[in-house]
Design a binder for this molecule. Structure first.
Ligand code: FES
Ligand code: FES
Length: 129
């Protein structure tokens, strides 16, 4: 199966690979796995005082489409509010990367990872308040 040029670009030059300290209060961490294939994605957001995601990083143990999806979504969430980031749909990623149907679950992993990271951040803020 052929990968699209955009997948190959993000796969060969992934944006924002790495991690933040998950214990920092301005960091949210999402860790999700895909039951279909066993791939795992960790995605983290760093949120500023105004509630804007100022940075994002990921580590993905998975296929090229999963890496490309996480690379793309870290770019998409930067500069967005939490609510704006929550509205990103896996279909946006799948369309941008031109993922074939069997690889759509890779983009769902990225959407779920962002949602999990935001939930973690919000829970930490609630706990700290
Ligand atoms: Fe094996 Fe995604 S199915 S890496
Ligand atoms: Fe399973 Fe891509 S995340 S094949």
């Amino acid at each position: 199966m052929a990968y699209s040029d955009k997948v190959i670009d993000h796969y060969e030059n992934p944006r924002n690979v790495g991690s933040f300290n998950k214990d920092d209060s301005d960091v949210g961490t999402g860790m999700v796995g895909a039951p279909a294939c066993g791939d795992v994605m960790k995605l983290q957001i760093k949120v500023n005082d105004a509630g804007i995601i100022e940075d994002a990083k990921f580590k993905t143990y998975g296929c090229g489409s999963a890496i490309a999806s996480s690379s793309l979504i870290t770019e998409m969430v930067k500069g967005k509010s939490l609510d704006e980031a929550l509205s990103i749909k896996n279909a946006d990623i799948a369309a941008e990367l031109e993922l074939p149907p069997v690889k759509v679950h890779c983009s769902i992993l990225a959407e779920d990872a962002v949602k999990a990271a935001i939930a973690d951040y919000r829970q930490k803020q609630g706990a700290a308040a």
